[in-house]
Design a protein. Structure first.
Ligand SMILES: Cc1cc2nc3c(=O)[nH]c(=O)nc-3n(C[C@H](O)[C@H](O)[C@H](O)COP(=O)(O)OP(=O)(O)OC[C@H]3O[C@@H](n4cnc5c(N)ncnc54)[C@H](O)[C@@H]3O)c2cc1C
Length: 449
């Protein structure tokens, strides 16, 4: 392939990997739905080398895929076999932490945890946080507009970005490295690249917004009898405690499965809902709040973690690693108005169990952000596959006007269902934007739209 020879000549032979030297990582993200390696992996070391790579690929009409930490859950970074993968892993490092403006300039291939640690070392706080923090890259986080556990207080990845550098399909470097909170000088182009999963350009650097550290966080586990009580608890926590930094609900089947497997027991009885609430309010305020919630019947039981180790135990149930061992496990990521999530969970469970009476179906998630995850494990019958489950989960969601993707993105897995969450006019405009920025369609083809 003369393109690979041109890339070797331009970037050096070590920047181009083929065959066995690529390893298995480029074949699939953590949805584990990819099984085809890319044609080659290119490892640029700078924005200029990303630009050279894209310009050569565009001229040759060869499709490319950006690959970050490969922790995505929507198949967005999975090759189809035709593409060259551009790995951002050598574009790594913090260029600057500016304590006066509370900003950080970071390269796209830097792992999220490294950015969090650099902010903390300067007495500041990067508010983005997800379970994959040690492996996912900032570039991947921004390309998927990641959510995570602090959205309720600080917003999604999009809200943490002030400026961005991206390389367009033809190799043009678009540097919008704004550092100000306020900048209304025309269109805010960075938003084209945030959440577009590598289909409109490759992110190479970003200016991230930092915050003062939130202070000491107290972790509570609350038990409630109904979903309505969970919502009432959310609103009461927001009004009485104010500083809520996490609100994560777990339906009984999810909580019990993981707690039992981890041999953890927090309450004498099982409850229909367990909720992790984290707040920076004082211990005294938290105790007064929990007593009032017990008196008013919003919760049936509660405990306050008395050590970091106990808080970690509570979070280990929410992280739910035991459930990942279930056969054919599918993890959905939908959003719908907070008040309707309980009803949707009941309707979705009923529809899935009607089709597969022995299936495992359980719910958990960032309910304070109107986002719920669904775990479904079942053995398929003849002519069935994962899309048989998708059809039910998204079919039940449609009348609620919810979104088929709250935070994980569309990738390949949800692409056939995008029309359920976006109008024909929205889809048409997305296609026009795509063809304006990437006329040859070389950027992550077959993904999102
Ligand atoms: C244990 C675990 C917990 C998770 N928790 C959460 C959570 O709470 N919230 C959440 O939102 N997600 C979560 N995720 C999903 C995943 O971690 C996020 O989607 C993350 O943002 C992906 O980052 P990445 O670097 O791994 O991207 P990748 O998987 O490598 O890529 C994701 C997409 O972004 C594109 N891309 C990657 N880098 C670039 C770039 N520099 N420029 C342009 N496009 C690029 C890829 O082409 C692909 O379409 C979790 C995953 C795991 C495994």
């Amino acid at each position: 392939m003369s393109l690979l020879e041109d890339l070797r000549a331009a970037l050096g032979p070590a920047a181009v990997l083929e065959g066995q030297e690529m390893g298995s990582k480029p074949a699939s993200d953590m949805s584990y739905t990819g099984n085809t390696p890319p044609r080659a992996v290119i490892r640029p070391r700078s924005t200029a080398e990303v630009a050279t790579t894209l310009s050569l690929c565009n001229a040759a009409g060869v499709p490319v895929i950006a690959q970050g930490g490969m922790t995505g859950l929507a198949g967005g970074a999975n090759p189809s076999g035709q593409e060259i993968a551009i790995s951002l892993d050598l574009l790594r490092g913090i260029e600057e932490v500016d304590t006066a403006s509370a900003t950080m300039v970071v390269k796209a291939g830097t792992p999220l945890e490294e950015c969090q640690q650099a902010a903390a070392a300067h007495g500041l706080f990067l508010a983005l946080d997800l379970g994959s923090r040690g492996s996912c890259h900032i570039g991947g986080n921004l390309s998927t507009n990641a959510g995570g556990i602090r959205v309720i207080r600080y917003g999604m990845a999009r809200e943490q970005v002030l400026g961005l550098e991206a390389v367009l399909a033809d190799g043009t470097v678009l540097s919008s490295m704004n550092r100000m909170l306020k900048n209304n000088a025309g269109y805010d182009l960075k938003h084209l690249f945030i959440g577009s999963e590598g289909t409109l350009g490759l992110i190479t650097r970003a200016v991230l917004r930092l915050h003062p550290p939130p202070g000491e966080i107290t972790t509570m586990l609350c038990a409630s009898a109904t979903y309505e009580e969970v919502v009432a608890l959310l609103r009461r926590a927001q009004s009485d405690l104010g500083n809520i930094v996490a609100f994560e609900a777990m339906w009984r089947d999810y909580f019990s499965f993981n707690a039992d497997a981890l041999k953890l027991r927090f309450f004498a009885a099982e409850h229909p809902f367990c909720v992790i609430v984290e707040s920076t309010a004082s211990r005294e305020a938290i105790e007064t709040f929990l007593a009032a919630c017990l008196d008013d019947g919003l919760i049936a039981d509660a405990l306050v973690a008395t050590s970091h180790a106990q808080a970690r135990q509570i979070w280990s149930v929410r992280e739910g690693h035991p459930i990942e061992a279930l056969p054919n496990l599918l993890n959905f990521d939908v959003s719908l108005p907070i008040g309707q999530i309980g009803h949707y969970a009941e309707a979705c469970t009923a529809a899935l169990l009607k089709r597969w009476p022995k299936a495992h179906v359980s719910f958990y998630g960032h309910v304070g952000d109107s986002n719920v995850h669904i775990c479904v494990s079942t053995l398929y019958g003849p002519g069935e596959d994962m899309h048989s489950v998708d059809d039910i989960v998204y079919g039940v969601l449609a009348p609620y006007h919810g979104s088929i993707s709250a935070e994980h993105g569309i990738g390949t897995l949800k692409r056939p269902y995008l029309h359920l969450s976006r109008s024909a006019e929205e889809l048409a405009l997305m296609r026009r934007v795509k063809s304006a920025l990437d006329p040859k369609g070389i950027l992550n083809p077959g993904k999102v739209i």
